[in-house]
Ligand binder design. Structure first.
Ligand SMILES: O=C(O)Cn1ncc2ncnc(NCCc3cnc(NC(=O)Nc4cccc(Cl)c4)s3)c21
Length: 276
């Protein structure tokens, strides 16, 4: 079936179901693989649209190359891909509860126990990626899906790269989640490493608990507030959660709490059963 080692795939293998979402570059459908009955998500990308973007087609190839080799419960599986003259198709694991940011908007903010479980799963996914010298670089609620049992599925590796990244930082994500070292201009080496994902995890933790990003403002002000790590954490956030956020949203990348330490942080231990 689909889970076996890579084979060639084609559209006729799938029975197309309901649309799951419409992204910037194409639509996603719920599909069933005919022979095995296996349910998955099919992302359709139009080559015409990709060719317009600067090097976007290369990004999709890199995503396919990176994500096809990833196997982790909190990383959305890419089972395979194929293309026809006009389109590229990504065969993806189906995430039963869809996009995390929709759940977040609906609940406005998550209870601390739920936020802690999501952060612990994100830290586990990032530990797996960083051990493989992959930085995601675009961690934000829009790129996280949720499975039927509330398990986090980090997805959309369109922007992930292998470290160390000697390329100049390009403005790739929404400003809210960008770490200071990626928006700092002027300094000679605008390089960055996997610690950018630690900053974004801090922003994510804040947004889970508060319902909005810590530096949300006008673009100019957001830029300035990120550069100064200028944020206020509302009083309803517990002392332990506040402690973790402040240990991740640190300007100096080397002083950010390491992923292993996040798993041992009191706020995480309080809400997460060990070895879950
Ligand atoms: O999210 C939804 O809309 C709805 N939804 N609901 C449930 C569900 N289950 C699985 N997947 C879904 N959606 C697809 C998520 C993606 C995963 N990987 C991607 N990769 C990508 O888009 N790459 C890409 C494209 C264009 C340019 C470049 Cl550079 C890279 S998109 C699901």
């Amino acid at each position: 079936t689909l889970l076996d080692e890579p084979r060639t795939f084609h559209l006729g293998m799938f029975e197309i179901g309901k649309p799951l979402g419409k992204g910037k570059f194409g639509r996603v459908y719920l599909v069933k693989e005919r022979t095995s009955g296996f349910i998955c998500a099919l992302k359709v990308l139009y080559k015409s649209e990709l060719q317009q973007g600067s090097g976007v087609e290369k990004q999709v190839r890199r995503e396919i190359e990176i994500q096809s080799n990833l196997r982790h419960p909190n990383i959305l599986r890419l089972f395979g891909h194929f293309h026809d003259p006009k389109r590229i198709f990504l065969i993806l694991e189906f995430a039963g509860q869809g996009e995390l940011y929709k759940l977040l908007r609906k609940e406005s903010r998550f209870p601390e126990w739920k936020a802690a479980q999501y952060v612990a799963q994100m830290a586990s996914a990032l530990q797996y990626l960083h051990r493989k010298h992959i930085i995601h670089r675009d961690i934000k609620p829009e790129n996280i899906l949720v499975g039927v049992h509330d398990e986090i599925k980090l997805s959309d590796f369109g922007w992930s790269v292998h470290t160390p990244n000697r390329r100049r930082a390009t403005l790739c994500g929404t400003l809210d989640y960008l770490p200071p070292e990626m928006i700092k201009s002027g300094s000679r080496d605008n390089t960055y490493d996997e610690k950018v994902d630690l900053w974004s995890l801090g922003v994510l933790t804040y947004e889970f608990l508060v319902g909005e990003a810590p530096f949300e403002d006008t673009p100019v002000m957001t830029h300035r507030r990120i550069a100064r790590a200028d944020m206020t954490i509302p009083p309803f956030v517990s002392a332990e959660a506040r402690d973790l956020i402040k240990k991740l949203l640190v300007l100096d990348p080397d002083k950010r709490l390491a992923l292993e330490a996040i798993q041992e942080h009191p706020w995480i231990l309080k809400h997460c059963v060990k070895g879950e």
